[in-house]
Design a protein around this ligand. Structure first.
Ligand code: GDP
Length: 601
């Protein structure tokens, strides 16, 4: 009939074959594959049958099989992975002519108590954008100030963790780092850390020598100390701008802002405001009244109320944008920090926000990421908790005990490292994968996850992102404030790994006086305990002419007709061995006990 029909309609068989490009995802149903190849599903099923596989039309086959089929049917294959939903999410480079100057984004870093917060507050107080009446300001994680030379955006989340955790995730949040050094204290561990972070991020540094109002202030000492860490300020012949300031009196702050403007002019910072917004989540929280709230620093494009956005695994339609003075705004351009309301969940700090064209797209991406996170969580649950690590090590897989240490000061960190390194022996030893000064950050957690380390915080705590990450990754974070406690804990944890020592104690001897052969039971030795005592269940050796000829256990220990637990010196008893019959008069039976002695470092 088929043939007749074809002839009737003038088709000449075989039909001209059209080779198609068939898109094959990670898994596909036979029906869908047939559809994409414009072939009949039965033909695919037949093909599979020939390969010895029985399938139904709705069965899901994997990409490899699908590719094999498509190629056999003469089609070209294009493999796509699920991750392709991410593709094209953030747009490509903006053409040069769309770029407009944008304000610089500044992060203030430096050692604790050198005045980062004070400087941020002082600048903000004097220079709040458009001088809000009453000066009611909100902490949203970033703010913008207006100066004669244009606007400047400050990331108001001092602490290097925020900076590093964002950088660890590939986000470049900052154009300029203001390095605060107290003139009365000079360069300290976290100053060095800040310098290293800035260098690693290739971000220019402006030095603010703070507390210049103090009588003991010595700005030049700070400058010299900075030189030792390869920060060369202008007055020392280098190119880093430096300003002497006092957050207390306000001295030097206008000059600091000027230096920032100058530096940013040199950098020619630009972005295209006329495109879909892309930005960085600086802070995010679940607000009781307002739901998920994320502070976003727009990096290019313009974010508007009503935009559909994705950030990390959260998405939403922007319900409101609120600036750092608590005012509602309708849009936010490049370098503008705003609170974004309307997310369906709380994104993570460091997540990129992208405005997309449709809710479907936003949902697709967010759901894909959620799925990925869940999967990642499934895998990572087997990571390091102290207990698991010990059992792992007991199996002899590991002899090293990886540890990551964060402390409040360099001195403590180093002391801890030294103490821990002394702990080990040739069976187990501590391996410090990283140590440093500062709170436990998300990147610490990532490092710990990668190395299977336990994180020890000495007088420091993990920030929110780090806590979340640790939970996600199943990493244990322990806190201490006494070095001795920390070392003692680690010592115990590591001692737990040492195989126990077996120690043998001699209990007693007995001599065989007579050997009886009892049917069903076998040979029984009639003995006399000559020293110590003999116990049932203990280990025994049979010694003949001073040579150990057997080692094993007693199956019976009898006094007269009764089974007894032990027999002491001078008494007579009957003994039989488990699985051993060769007993002779005059043999000596030695009884001993094995004790497991816990070892410690
Ligand atoms: P942060 O830990 O770096 O944020 O430091 P803070 O801003 O909290 O400042 C630490 C301490 O130094 C506070 O007690 C401030 O009052 C004080 N401080 C900050 N800046 C100055 C300054 O310019 N002069 C003086 N005398 N004290 C300051």
């Amino acid at each position: 009939m088929e043939r007749q029909k074809k002839q009737a309609t003038g088709f000449s068989a075989p039909r001209e074959k059209i080779a198609r490009e068939v898109v094959i995802p990670e898994a596909i149903t036979i029906q869908e594959l047939a559809h994409r190849m414009a072939e009949r599903a039965v033909d695919i099923i037949k093909f599979l049958m020939k390969q010895g596989q029985m399938h139904k039309i709705n069965d899901v086959i994997d990409a490899d099989t699908a590719e094999l089929i498509a190629e056999d049917f003469g089609h070209k294959v294009k493999r796509v992975s699920e991750a392709d939903v991410e593709e094209g999410l953030s747009g490509g480079e903006d053409p040069e002519d769309t770029l407009k100057p944008r304000p610089p984004v500044v992060t203030v870093m430096g050692h604790v108590d050198h005045g980062k917060t004070s400087i941020l507050d002082a600048i903000r107080k004097t220079k709040v954008t458009s001088g809000e009446a009453g000066g009611i300001t909100q902490h949203i994680g970033a703010y913008q100030v207006e100066t004669e030379n244009g606007r400047i955006t400050f990331l108001d989340t001092p602490g290097h963790e925020a900076f590093t955790s964002m950088r660890a995730r590939g986000a470049k949040a900052t154009d300029i780092v203001v390095l605060v050094v107290a003139a009365d204290d000079g360069v300290k561990p976290q100053t060095v850390e800040a310098i290293n972070h800035a260098k690693a991020a290739e971000v220019p540094v402006i030095v603010a020598i703070n507390k210049i109002d103090k009588p003991e202030a010595d700005a030049n000492r700070a400058r010299t100390e900075l030189m030792q860490h390869e920060v060369f300020v202008e007055s020392m012949g280098g190119d880093a701008l430096d300003v002497e300031v006092s957050a207390l009196t306000g001295q030097g702050l206008p000059e600091l802002l000027e230096a920032i403007s100058l530096q940013s002019e040199m950098m020619e910072l630009k972005a295209n405001p006329g495109r879909n917004a892309e930005g960085l989540v600086v802070e995010a929280k679940l607000d009781r009244g307002r739901g998920p709230v994320a502070t976003v620093l727009v990096q290019r494009g313009t974010l508007k109320v009503g935009n559909v956005v994705v950030a990390g695994a959260a998405w939403g339609k922007v319900r409101a944008l609120i600036d750092d003075t608590g005012k509602n705004v309708v849009s936010a351009g490049p370098s503008f920090p705003v609170e974004v309301l309307g997310f369906n969940g709380v994104p993570d700090a460091g997540d990129m926000l992208v405005a997309v064209d449709s809710e479907a797209r936003a949902r697709e991406v967010a759901e894909y990421r959620q799925r990925k996170r869940r999967e990642a969580k499934g895998v990572s649950m087997r990571r390091a908790s102290l207990e698991q690590m010990m059992s792992q090590m007991k199996e002899g897989e590991l002899k090293e005990f990886p540890i990551l240490i964060k402390a409040d000061v360099q001195g403590s960190a180093e002391a801890i490292v030294q103490a821990l390194e002394k702990l080990g022996n040739d069976e187990v030893r501590a391996r410090v994968v990283h140590y440093g000064v500062g709170g436990v950050s998300e990147s610490d957690v990532q490092l710990a996850a990668a190395t299977g380390a336990v994180i020890l915080g000495f007088n420091v705590r993990a920030n929110k992102q780090a806590r979340d990450a640790a939970e996600r990754e199943g990493i244990e974070v322990r806190y201490y404030n006494i070095i001795y406690d920390l070392v003692d804990d680690m010592k115990q944890a590591m001692s737990g790994l040492l195989a126990p020592e077996l120690r043998e104690t001699h209990m007693g001897n007995a001599e065989i006086l007579e050997v009886f052969n009892i049917s069903k039971v076998g040979k029984i030795a009639g003995c006399k305990v000559t020293e110590g005592s003999v116990e049932r269940g203990a280990g025994v050796r049979l010694i003949r002419d001073s040579v150990v000829i057997h080692e094993g256990r007693l199956s019976t220990l009898k006094r007269f007709k009764d089974e007894v637990k032990s027999v002491s010196a001078g008494q007579e008893c009957g003994m039989a061995f488990e699985n051993w019959q060769d007993l002779k008069v005059g043999d000596v039976i030695e009884c001993y006990r094995v004790e497991e002695i816990k070892r410690s470092l």
